[in-house]
Design a protein around this ligand. Structure first.
Ligand code: BTN
Length: 264
C-alpha cells in the first residue's frame, strides 16, 4: 500500500499557533532533504532559523546512527541557536529534552519521560531524540539543535532499526505537525533563554522528575566495554549517577555512551 500523502505545510497555522513568538523564528519547510542538521551546518543562518522537513534521506542520530522515518511519520526539524558568550553548552541537550516534554504537556500529551542523555521516552520505548551539533566557529559557535519526534508508526521501522519505537498516535489523535512544531518552538524558546542565563542548573530538578529509568537496572555500553548498574539521577552538569553492584557510584557524561534498560 502506498504511504499516505503528506499534506502541504500550513505556514498560517504555524504562525497563528506561535502567536507572539512568531517574530522570533524564521521557519522554512521542505518536502525532502538529506538531513535538516546537515543543511543548517552547511549554510548557517541567523539564530531562530528553523528548517523542517517531511522526509530526510540521511537523517542523523547520536553516535553515528541514522534517524529513520517515512515521509510525515516523524516531525524532523533543526533550530539554529546561539548561547550568550561565555555560557557553556554542557547539559544543553538534556535541557532541550525537558523543553520537549513540557511542550507535549501543553498539547495535553502526558506520560512521556526522559532517558539519559537526550531521548524522549514513552511506554518504555523511544519517542524522540535530540542531536546538537556546533558550527565550525572558533568562539561562541552557533548550535544546530536537531529534533526528531515520532508522530505515527511507520511500516518500515522495525526492520530498519531492529526494535519498535513509540509514536504520539499511541496517546490519542495527533495534532497537525504545524501545531506540534509551534508548541515545541515556543517552549524551547523559554528553555533556551533560561539555559542561556542559568545553564543546566535551572532544569536539573525537572529533568530528574522525568527520569524514566531511575531505579532501574541498565546496561552501559562504552567503547568496547559493557557493564551493569542501577540508574540514578543527573547532577547540575547533566552527568548521570550510576550505582554499581559493589555499592560505589560512577558519574557518566554524555560522550560516546549508550544506556540500555534491562527491565521493561
Ligand atoms: C538520536 O536520538 O540519536 C538523535 C536523533 C536526532 C534526529 C533529528 S531529526 C532532525 C535533525 N536532523 C538530523 O539529521 N537529525 C536530527
Amino acid at each position: 500500500m502506498p504511504a499516505p500523502a503528506v499534506p502541504p505545510f500550513d505556514y498560517l497555522l504555524l504562525r497563528e499557533t506561535l502567536g507572539s513568538f512568531a517574530p522570533r523564528f524564521d521557519v522554512e519547510h521542505r518536502q525532502q532533504c538529506d538531513s535538516t542538521n546537515a543543511q543548517l551546518l552547511a549554510s548557517p543562518r541567523a539564530a531562530g532559523s528553523v528548517l523542517v522537513c517531511d522526509e530526510q534521506l540521511a537523517g542523523r542520530g547520536r553516535r553515528g546512527r541514522r534517524w529513520v522515518s517515512a515521509p510525515g511519520s516523524s516531525l524532523t526539524f533543526s533550530l539554529l541557536w546561539r548561547l550568550p558568550r561565555g555560557r557553556s553548552a554542557t547539559g544543553l541537550s538534556l535541557a532541550v529534552g525537558v523543553g520537549i516534554v513540557s511542550a507535549l504537556e501543553t498539547l495535553g500529551i502526558e506520560g512521556t519521560g526522559l532517558k539519559w542523555p537526550n531521548d524522549i521516552w514513552l511506554k518504555g520505548r523511544k519517542l524522540g531524540g535530540v542531536l546538537i551539533e556546533a558550527l565550525p566557529e572558533r568562539s561562541n559557535p552557533g548550535l544546530v539543535i536537531g529534533i526528531g519526534l515520532n508522530l505515527r508508526s511507520s511500516p518500515g521501522w522495525q526492520t530498519e532499526i531492529g526494535r519498535t519505537p513509540a509514536s504520539l498516535d499511541e496517546t490519542g489523535p495527533v495534532p497537525p505537525r504545524e501545531t506540534v512544531l509551534a508548541h515545541l518552538l515556543k517552549t524551547l524558546h523559554v528553555t533556551l533563554e533560561t539555559f542561556g542565563l542559568q545553564g543546566f542548573d535551572a532544569t536539573q530538578d525537572i529533568w530528574n522528575s522525568h527520569n524514566a529509568l531511575r531505579g532501574q537496572q541498565v546496561l552501559i555500553s562504552q567503547e568496547n566495554t559493557e557493564w551493569q548498574a542501577e540508574c540514578g539521577n543527573v547532577d547540575s552538569e547533566g552527568a548521570l549517577t550510576l550505582h554499581l553492584p559493589d555499592g560505589s557510584s560512577r558519574h557518566i557524561t554524555a560522550g560516546d555512551i549508550s544506556l540500555i534498560p534491562l527491565e521493561p
